[in-house]
Structure formats: structure tokens, C-alpha cells
Design a protein around this ligand. Structure first.
Ligand code: M7G
Length: 212
């Protein structure tokens, strides 16, 4: 059987993302994030208008599985574009947070714990209720780096080897919560590892700074 994903319209960045290429690991310190990554993502990242359209019910409103409308600690849970909902084997949902000032894992602090706990608890409950899949069979995680810099959480079937669930990209939400309990500024202190394709401009920035 063949499963195909159609991306339309596709930008040059989409084309690059799906081409098979040599990859390199980058180890990003907090200083690297401030000096290299943050200025880069502010100038470059994928448009997040699609996220705002979902939050404002201008798109996919009929697909919402669960919503917590709280502007600070709320979120919307929808099936991810990668899942056609025909079978549970590759179940894939995404939780988009209501607040718009959290770009990624790097921005998370202890103040975000109520939000993260809501996503974890209510997301699990909603998926169990709608799809009959218990929390013990879900992989719940954030990507670093993400493609879209509006914080979102991936929910995938544990038995499904989803793209981006590898050790150099996926951060389990429960571990993130525990880390923030240990240290309110955990993600402003530690280095984070991720892979970049050889042609990605961010890799060039790290190379120019002598960090790769
Ligand atoms: P990511 O970690 O930023 O990047 O995840 P990745 O795409 O490299 O994994 C963004 C997630 O949002 C991906 O799983 C996408 O499939 C999903 N996604 C992207 N768009 C544009 C949409 C959309 O318009 N609707 C829905 N439901 N999901 C989307």
C-alpha cells in the first residue's frame, strides 16, 4: 500500500524539507540560541497563519477534537495533516496553544506549567474518549527545532514510527514538565541538540560562527 502526502502550494522550503539530504547535528547552547538561532528564525521561519486560522475557527473548525478556550492556559486539539483518520495505527493529532507568545521549547518556563499540564491531561482524555486510545499508548512530545514557531504538541500512536520522533528532535511533554519543575529556567540554561540538513541556512549560520 502507498500513502502519499500532497503539499500545495509548496514553497522552496517545503521542497527542501522533503528532499533526502546529508544531515549534521548541532549542539545549541542558550548563547547560540540568542545570538544565532533566534535572529535567524525571526527572519526566516514558516508562516504560522494556518495556526491562527485554526485558533480563530477560520479553518478546520469542524475538525476540532477538544478545545480549552482559556487565552493563557488553553489550547485546541485537531487531527494533524499527516493523519487521514481512517485507521488508528498512524494516529496523529496536534495541540496548538491559544497564547501567541511562546515560540518553542526554548521559551518555556515554570509559568507555562499549568498550560502544559492542561495539554497533557485534557489531550489524553479527549483522545481516549473520541478514539479509544489510552494515554499509555500515546507518544506526546514537542519538536526542537519545530518547523512552525508557535508552540504545539504532537500526539502520535506509540506503535507508529512518526517522522520526527527520533532522539535528536522529540522531547516528551512529561519530561519537559519534570524539567521545568526541577528548574524554572531549565530551557534557558541547557544545550539542545538537533539535526540540520546540509543546505539549511541555519546550518550555515552555525558554521560561520564556528559552532559546527
Ligand atoms: P513541526 O514540529 O513544527 O514541524 O510540526 P514538522 O512539520 O517538521 O513536523 C508541525 C505539525 O503541524 C506537523 O505535524 C504538520 O503536519 C502539521 N500541520 C502543518 N500545517 C500547515 C497544518 C495545518 O494546516 N493543519 C493541521 N491540522 N496540521 C498542520
Amino acid at each position: 500500500e502507498i500513502k502519499a502526502t500532497v503539499v500545495y502550494p509548496a514553497t522552496e522550503k517545503h521542497l527542501q524539507k522533503y528532499l533526502r539530504q546529508e544531515v549534521h547535528l548541532v549542539r545549541e547552547t542558550w548563547e547560540d540560541y540568542k545570538n544565532i538561532t533566534l535572529p535567524f528564525i525571526q527572519s526566516q521561519s514558516f508562516s504560522i497563519q494556518w495556526v491562527y486560522n485554526i485558533l480563530e475557527k477560520k479553518a478546520e473548525a469542524d475538525r476540532i477534537i477538544h478545545e480549552n478556550p482559556d487565552p493563557c492556559n488553553g489550547f485546541v486539539l485537531v487531527p494533524d495533516f499527516k493523519w487521514n483518520q481512517n485507521q488508528l495505527e498512524d494516529l496523529y493529532l496536534i495541540a496548538l496553544i491559544q497564547r501567541r507568545d511562546v515560540k518553542s521549547l526554548r521559551d518555556l518556563r515554570a509559568e507555562h506549567l499549568p498550560l502544559l499540564r492542561n495539554v497533557l491531561q485534557e489531550g489524553k482524555e479527549a483522545i481516549a474518549k473520541r478514539f479509544g486510545v489510552p494515554g499509555s499508548q500515546l507518544r506526546i512530545y514537542l519538536h526542537y527545532q519545530p518547523s512552525y514557531y508557535h508552540l504545539h504538541v504532537h500526539f502520535t500512536a506509540l506503535g507508529y514510527d512518526a517522522p520526527g520522533s527520533s532522539a535528536e528532535r522529540a522531547h516528551l511533554l512529561e519530561d519537559v514538565i519534570d524539567n521545568l519543575l526541577l528548574d524554572a529556567e531549565y530551557y534557558q540554561k541547557r544545550a539542545l541538540t538537533f539535526a540540520l540538513r546540509a543546505d539549511e541556512p541555519l546550518l550555515k549560520k552555525f558554521q560561520e560562527a564556528g559552532r559546527v
